[in-house]
Design a protein around this ligand. Structure first.
Ligand code: XMP
Length: 517
C-alpha cells in the first residue's frame, strides 16, 4: 500500500525544503512540486493535503505566480504560508496590500497571539514568538474566513475557513525561530488532513534505491566522489545497495585533510565490499592553490580540480559516457551555493564541477540533495552503517584550505593539522564530542607578539570554532568549559609551531557562518 502524500507547492521562497523536511519529521510522505504543476497532475497524486510555500513576489503583481482556483473547491485541505497565505486570500476575494507604513512590515521575531479554536493552534500556548518576513499584508480577509491570529502590527497573522479546510499563516512555522511551529504543522497534518504517520526513513531508503536502479539502468556504472565524511559514506552505502559492484569509490587526498584522515578512511573502507581507490593528489592541489587568498577563488580551484581528478580516474577505469558520477551533496550545500532564488553565501565544492567534467558522464547524481544532515545520518543508520561513520562531525570538501585564512603553504597546513588534532583529542577526552556538532581550528592571517621562554615571538593567532546545530543552516557557538579551553590553548601553543595565541570564536550563524571562508 502506498503512503499518504502531502504536496508542497513551491512558490520560490528561500527555505521551501525546510517545510518538506518538517512534514517528513511528522512521518508523513511529501513531495515538493513547482507551482506550475497542472492541477490534474496534483490530483493524480491523491494528496491528503497541500501546503503553499512562501515566495518573493507580491500577489497583486500580474507576473506573480498563481494557481488554478479550482484547487480551492476540490476539497483537499490547504495551508498557505506567507506568500501562500496571501495567495489564498487574494484568489478568494480578500485584499492584499503593500505595507506603505513601515510599521506594518514585519521581519524577524514577532510576538503573536493565537485563537486556539483554530485546529492549527489547538493544545498550544495562546501566544508565542513567530518568524515573520513580509512587506505585503492582508488588509481584508475573504468571505468565509475567520481571523485566528494577530501580532501587535498585523491584525491578520492567521486565517481559517474550517468548513473548506483552508488555512493561512503570515509567519513561517517551518523555521526554528517560530515557537511551536512544528506542532502547528503537525496539527495541520494530523488534525486537519487526517494523517496517520505512515512514512519512515526506511521507505525513503527503498524509494531512493529503486529510483537509482531505474536511473542508472542494468549496466550503468557509477564513480562516487568519496571524502569519507558522513554524506559521501552514506551515499556509498546507498549506491552499493542499488548497483552493487558497478560502484567505484574515489577518495582524493588533496593534502588538506585532517591528521591521519587518508589512512583512516582507507582503513574504514577496506572493511567494506566496495571498490575503493585512493588518489594522492597533494602536489596537484597545493601547487594550484599557491598564493591564492580569496575564499571563493580557493573554492573554485578546489571544486574544479576535484572534477579533473574524477575525469582522469574515469578514464583510468574505462568509465564511459553512459556511466555516472555521484556526489554526496546535501541540501544546505545546494541552498548556500545559491541555486534557485537564494543568495550565494559560499559555493560548496561539489557545486563547482567544470562543465566539461559534467559532460564527460551520462549525468551527475546527487541523491541526498534534498536531505538535511540529521536526515542523512538517519538514512545511514537505516543502511546499517557503523556509528563511528554516521556520527562523525562534518568535514568540508575543500578541507583545511578554507581554514587557512590568506595564502596556503604546506607549513601552515601542517601546523593547522596538528592544532586541529589536539583540539579534537581534548574535546573527546572531555567527553564533549557527541554534544558539539562540529569543532575545528582556524589559522587566522593575523600575527601578534608573544613571549616564550625568554624570547619575543611574532606568530599567528589560531581560532577555535565549535558549534551546536541540527541542520547546519543555523548554529550556536558551543559553551565549552573554561578548563577544557585552557588545556587546548596551553597544548597548542606549546606543541604547534607558528602559533603563539589562541582565541575562541563566539559568533552564531547567522550572522557568521560555520567555516571562516
Ligand atoms: P557554513 O560555513 O556554510 O558551513 O556555515 C555549513 C556546513 O557546511 C560545511 N561546508 C562544506 N561542506 N563542501 C562541503 O562538503 C564545502 O565546500 C563546504 N563549505 C562548508 C561546513 O563544514 C559546515 O558543516
Amino acid at each position: 500500500m502506498s503512503n499518504q502524500t502531502v504536496v508542497v507547492l513551491d512558490f520560490g521562497g528561500q527555505y521551501n525544503q525546510l517545510i518538506a523536511r518538517r512534514v517528513r519529521e511528522c512521518n508523513v510522505y511529501c513531495e515538493v512540486k513547482p507551482y506550475t504543476t497542472p492541477l490534474a497532475a496534483i490530483k493524480a497524486m491523491d494528496p491528503i493535503g497541500i501546503i503553499f510555500t512562501g515566495g518573493p513576489n507580491s500577489v497583486y503583481d500580474p507576473a506573480s505566480p498563481h494557481v488554478d482556483p479550482e484547487i480551492f473547491t476540490w476539497g483537499v485541505p490547504i495551508l498557505g504560508i506567507c506568500y501562500g497565505c496571501q495567495l489564498i486570500a487574494y484568489t478568494l476575494g480578500g485584499r492584499v496590500t503593500s505595507a506603505t507604513d513601515a510599521s506594518a512590515r514585519e521581519y524577524g521575531k514577532t510576538k503573536t497571539y493565537f485563537d486556539d479554536a483554530c485546529p492549527l493552534f489547538r493544545g498550544l500556548p495562546r501566544e508565542g514568538i513567530t518568524w515573520m518576513s513580509h512587506g505585503d499584508y492582508l488588509e481584508k480577509v475573504p468571505a468565509g474566513f475567520a481571523l485566528m491570529g494577530h501580532s501587535d502590527n498585523c491584525p491578520t497573522a492567521a486565517i481559517a475557513d474550517e468548513s473548506r479546510k483552508i488555512f493561512g499563516v503570515q509567519f513561517h512555522p517551518e523555521v526554528n525561530h517560530t515557537e511551536n511551529g512544528l506542532a502547528m504543522i503537525r496539527n495541520f497534518l494530523y488534525a486537519v488532513c487526517g494523517a496517520v504517520g505512515d512514512w519512515t526513513m526506511g521507505d525513503y531508503c527503498k524509494r531512493t534505491v529503486a529510483a537509482l536502479r531505474q536511473q542508472i539502468g542494468d549496466t550503468g556504472r557509477v564513480l562516487l566522489a568519496l571524502s569519507g565524511g558522513v554524506d559521501s559514506s552514506v551515499l556509498a552505502a546507498l549506491l552499493a545497495e542499488a548497483v552493487g559492484d558497478r560502484l567505484t569509490c574515489v577518495f582524493v587526498d588533496h593534502g588538506l585533510m585532517r591528521k591521519n584522515e587518508g589512512d583512516e578512511v582507507e582503513a574504514a573502507f577496506a572493511k567494506w565490499q566496495v571498490r575503493f581507490v585512493r588518489v594522492n593528489a597533494q602536489e596537484r592541489f597545493l601547487s594550484k592553490l599557491a598564493g591564492v587568498t580569496d575564499p571563493q577563488t580557493k573554492r573554485r580551484i578546489i571544486g574544479a580540480e576535484f572534477g579533473y581528478v574524477f575525469r582522469d580516474e574515469a578514464d583510468r577505469f574505462h568509465i564511459t559516457n553512459q556511466d555516472f558520477l555521484a556526489q554526496g551533496t546535501i541540501y544546505p550545500d545546494v541552498i548556500e551555493s545559491g541555486e534557485g532564488d537564494a543568495d550565494v553565501i559560499k559555493s560548496h565544492h561539489n557545486k563547482l564541477l567544470p562543465p566539461e567534467v559534467v559532460a564527460r558522464f551520462a549525468g551527475v547524481i546527487e541523491p541526498l540533495s534534498l536531505l538535511f544532515k540529521d536526515e542523512v545520518r538517519a538514512l545511514g543508520r537505516e543502511l546499517g552503517l557503523p556509528d563511528y561513520l554516521v556520527n562523525r562531525q562534518p568535514f568540508p570538501g575543500p578541507g583545511l584550505a578554507i581554514r587557512i585564512i590568506g595564502d596556503i603553504t604546506r607549513e601552515k597546513a601542517d601546523a593547522l593539522r596538528e592544532a586541529d588534532a589536539i583540539f579534537r583529542e581534548e574535546i573527546a577526552n572531555a567527553g564533549l564530542d557527541r554534544e558539539i556538532s562540529q569543532y575545528f581550528t582556524v589559522l587566522t592571517n593575523t600575527r601578534s607578539v608573544g613571549v616564550m621562554g625568554d624570547g619575543r615571538t611574532y606568530e599567528y593567532a589560531l581560532a577555535l570554532r565549535a558549534i551546536t546545530t541540527s541542520d547546519f543552516m543555523t548554529a550556536d557557538w558551543a559553551r565549552i568549559p573554561y578548563d577544557v579551553l585552557d588545556r587546548v590553548s596551553v597544548r597548542i601553543v606549546n606543541e604547534v609551531p607558528m602559533v603563539n595565541r589562541i582565541v575562541y570564536d563566539i559568533t552564531s550563524k547567522p550572522p557568521a557562518t560555520v567555516e571562516w571562508e
